[in-house]
Design a protein around this ligand. Sequence first.
Ligand code: AMP
Length: 374
Amino acid sequence: MFPLPPNATIGIVGGGQLGRMSALAAARLGYRCHILTPEADSPAGLVAAGVTLGEYEDPEALRAFAGRVDVITFEFENVSAEGLDLLASLKPVRPSPAVLRVSQDRIVEKSFVNAAGIATAPWLPVGSPEELETAVARLGLPAVLKTTRLGYDGKGQMMLRSPADLAPAYEELSPKPLILEGFVDFAAEISVIVARGADGSDAAFETVENRHRDHILDLTLAPAPVPPTVSDAAQAIARRLAASLEIVGLLAVEMFVDAAGEVRVNEIAPRPHNSGHWTIDACPASQFEQHVRAVAGLPLAAAGRHSDAVMKNLVGPEEAALWPQIVATPGLIPHLYGKSEARPGRKMGHVTRLFPRGALPGEFGMKAALAPLV
Ligand code: AMP
């Protein structure tokens, strides 16, 4: 079974751009991909050898999907526990359902991270309005109230600034239970993506800085312009978490750095991550290739980079509309995900710009380098 021979089929749960770019990397390594998605003409389905159209919770769809693949992985990880168990009873699943269960739930996730001796924002579980009052009394304001499940791109969370915010926020957020996190006054947000193979070997990409706009990733700077002590601490955290999880696949670890250089984990994702898209153009083997290698049981490639890079997401109709200028601008490396409708806040594609190692520009140079986008 492992390593998967050429022409074997990798099943990917989820039809979005992470699946699309994984499928493209898999094709280059001689594998086929088969996608499970409820969406016709999904970004991943459009570049895959096959698609099972169905809901992630539908046992018939899960069975049909598993019947057509040699190994199963994810770009969308919010499959129910029953769904995961069903898949795992039919085919090898990488990363394992146990890993997904940790990352699916913020309370389980933060408990796991803290148990590994790694700092997070201070947090408390919130199961009722009374518990929210108590949690705010202990953690103070401002604080961030979040759903424990199904949050992404700032959805499923609200900032609490004054006591009057508590009751409406508790009412608004669902599903329950919730989690309250102390507000981290961060100087920067950084992330590390580490690949871990079935043999326990690992390879971590450079620590990068992520800048968000309206809670959606806007820019990634690779490498992160932070002191080496911070960058090294982030690398160590990511590798420690990957080892503790015994993950086979990719682990993306998002972290806050405060003014004192202290690093805290915000969240982890056991899959390719938006903050790793720069690796397609700046590294001999991208995060997507590492994902495929790990899942297929191939040796991991080295995770070094040949260039520094800036990645900018193309979000919503306004930025998608700049496509003609983007493809006409020398030096901008364009990526489009094949989505037919550009809704506000939707990630439509991204562009990467490469720089010689050590020559990442400062703020002004960065804006100029991303024209006409910034
Ligand atoms: P998340 O969905 O947890 O990744 O949160 C999305 C974004 O909200 C993060 O990237 C931060 O910019 C911000 N954020 C989330 N949690 C906190 C926190 N505890 N303190 C400060 N900012 C936060």
